[in-house]
Design a protein around this ligand. Structure first.
Ligand code: GLU
Length: 391
């Protein structure tokens, strides 16, 4: 069987992301029949030895119906309140539905800082691991009651990808009302073709998903492709599939149409997985062609190869490394503050002491702190327990 068509049970650990529209009906509230069917699919996966984690949207949508709020955009404090009401109902529904199959659910609410800060990331990961050791299914959502626009994911696609890398999952399934990736939006362009296998997320693939993330595309194809970049870089495959039928996971195994994104192929350690999955880079380092080549052959980024420094960052913060064509080619932790980086950019490492007044690191980003986009895979022989412990 091809890698793409292998059954879901052949994966060790699967994260399933469920979109709000699948779970919640604007008028009648929770779609409990659908939820029961998904839970039966999850139980079947678990019975075959696959660990399952769920990233469930729907708190805000459900809270709206419970509170009887009118349709239309919500102000921040209204959506926070709706999430508070909806999340409690959502968690209860998951817990009750999974218990029909004898499965225990555990709720985890994450904020952006819980995955971007290393110490908090390790803490959340330890909790996930403990829940799975106990055989429970983590039900995860963003902590929407405290998340404000500057400090939130805003979409559960990228949150789910981050959870997948955090948990050492080898498959992420995004269930929504779209059955996969098309060469163009199918409702607009009748010539749009369906893509059932994506070997690599190239600039062409990104272009098919539309432009930069916007209010309009939130939770649309753009965030799904971003999620794909996070997951596949860490060696986790991704499937985009329709969740509109009952038993959507069983349907994938029965051959339902879906898009499969191949995981990248070079091993990476757990720390680099964390670096690669960072959502918010604090700054940017533009590099020349020579430096780009050096990065691809596994070398550090030296100040001499940096042509421009953007943003404000401190030593140790994440920076995006941008190639000559303007595309992000790597992510890493800066060895210097932004102001210092500006002073030494384009200069030989030997000149650093003369410029800054102290002998800092020779590299602007050391190779141990650097991940080249799209090149890495979790080693296949790594057991889940080891990956979770590897720090
Ligand atoms: N966290 C939001 C909610 O539960 C959903 C975000 C999304 O669907 O992407 O309502």
């Amino acid at each position: 069987m091809s890698e793409r068509r292998k059954s879901l049970t052949s994966y060790r650990r699967v994260v399933i992301k469920i979109g709000s529209a699948l779970l919640v009906d604007r008028g009648t509230g929770l779609k409990s029949g659908w939820l029961d069917a998904v839970c039966a699919d999850i139980a079947a996966l678990k019975a075959n030895g696959t660990d399952v984690l769920v990233v469930s949207s729907g708190a805000i949508a459900l809270g709206r119906t419970v509170l009887g709020l009118p349709p239309g955009a919500l102000r921040l404090e209204e959506s926070q309140a709706a999430a508070a009401v909806g999340q409690i109902a959502l968690a209860r529904a998951w817990s009750q539905s999974l218990s029909r199959d004898g499965i225990v659910a555990g709720q985890i609410l994450l904020t952006l800082g819980d995955t971007e800060e290393r110490r908090r990331y390790l803490n959340a990961r330890a909790t996930l691991k403990q829940l799975m050791t106990m055989g429970a299914v983590p039900i995860i959502n963003e902590n929407d009651t405290v998340a404000t626009s500057e400090i939130r994911y805003g979409d559960n696609d990228r949150l789910a990808a981050r959870v997948a890398t955090m948990a050492g999952a080898d498959l992420l399934v995004l269930l929504s009302d779209i059955d996969g990736l098309y060469t163009a939006p199918p409702h607009i362009d009748p010539r749009a073709q369906f893509l059932d296998e994506i070997a690599e997320i190239t600039p062409e693939i990104e272009a098919m998903a539309g432009g930069a993330a916007s209010e309009f595309s939130r939770g649309g194809m753009r965030t799904k492709i971003d999620a794909g970049k996070i997951a596949t870089t860490a060696g986790c495959a991704m499937i985009i599939a329709s969740g509109k039928t009952d038993h959507p996971l069983r349907a994938i195994d029965d051959g339902a149409r879906c898009s499969w994104f191949a995981p990248a192929t070079t091993p990476v350690n757990a720390r680099k997985t964390w670096i690669a999955g960072h959502l918010q880079a604090s700054g940017e380092l533009q590099v020349d062609a020579g430096a780009e080549q050096a990065l691809h052959s596994g070398k550090s980024l030296l100040p001499a190869g940096v042509t421009k420094v953007g943003g404000q960052f401190s030593r140790g913060d994440t920076v995006a490394i941008i190639g000559a064509d303007g595309r992000e080619i790597a992510r890493g932790l800066a060895s210097y503050d932004a102001d210092e980086a500006r002073q030494i950019a384009g200069r030989k490492s030997g000149a650093i002491e003369g410029i800054l007044g102290y002998a800092g690191r020779a590299a602007m980003v050391h190779r141990d702190d650097l991940v080249v986009t799209g090149q890495f895979q979790v080693p296949q022989d790594l057991t889940v327990g080891e990956d979770m412990r590897a720090g």
